[in-house]
Ligand binder design. Sequence first.
Ligand code: PLP
Length: 387
Amino acid sequence: MLRLSSPLANVTDPPVAIAKNWIANRTFEPEYPLIDVSQAVPGIAPADALRSHMSELAGNPASARYAPALGVIETRTAIANSLADRHLSVDNVMVTAGCNQAFCLAVGALCEPGDEVIVPVPWYFNHDMWLQASGLRTVALPVLPEHGMLPDVEQCATLITSATRAIVLVTPNNPCGVEYPADLIRSFFDLARSHNVALILDETYKDFRSATTPAHDLFGIADWAETLVHLFSFSKVFSLAGYRIGSLTAAPHVLRSAVKLADCQTIAAATLSQHAVTFALANLESWVNERRVEMLTRVDAFRTEMAAAPEFEIVSSGAFFAYVRHPFSDSAAIVAKRLADEHNVLCLPGSSFGPHQQPFLRLAFGNIADHEMASLAERLRRFANDS
Ligand SMILES: Cc1ncc(COP(=O)(O)O)c(C=O)c1O
């Protein structure tokens, strides 16, 4: 048997795939269909105008060529403009094959084996998986229900050592759904800056915030690029998950290192996807706002319907997610699997999101219709009462 890389062998198998396996080969009766709240993926198709544009792009032989290493210049410009109008230029933007690649490239550019990266827990599992696979130490910053699932900057300060290279924040948060207040994001930026470590800020869900005020003003800080590394995904906002497109925004020297890695992997993000994003950023503002309102309504409907299932406590919710405390003493994986087996509800166990998360389940609402919320709550209630 071939020997495997030991850091990678110790990394968890992909959590969504583990959950999907629980229902592989099962068929569901129409009167008790599957409710799939496992993956944070939009169920809705891309906007009609975007799909037509992509068909045209597919017919153009130029789409089959490699894009420049940092990305198509029009796409980089459009992304720079979409993030901020101050202190941000096209030189700060690299187009990536999704936000996960942006994270991997950022970490690859900033860290080496043995370094430490501080991540609030519960965390987005792929962040921890990549840090482990890279021989880095994920330092957990516990985030608690009694603090509204918000990370504490003073507690974070106590975790910084000479090996710390970065602090990672995801806002709105996956798995918690919480939107971090602008002053909290700013205080993490100040902390990172004062220790000369990077603040890696993943804003994949920024277009699904309830507030319409800016999420933060970090790009208004003249020397932001000395500290901030910004990640974004077009998977959720434009329903382009399968087209693998995101961005990495940082100081040009960070991008220069990132490009060395990307050149060995994807070479560049897909050309067609980049042109699609240029089009979408220019034309889909109102479509995006409709999706935002739709998701907010869906999460509200969940909160209302869950009054029928008080055994499950909503610890936090927002954007695409609800993080709930289940009423059982079993491990989260056992609870989640039973929920799938017995009530046809597929969700992810809290244990996928880091240590001490056994009491929790994550529900993701991208893929579910508003009218399913009542049956979701009803099934959770029945599950609690039947057990
Ligand atoms: C916080 C966060 N970052 C990144 C990603 C991955 O995005 P992409 O599809 O652009 O790689 C996700 C997807 O679930 C996510 O939740």
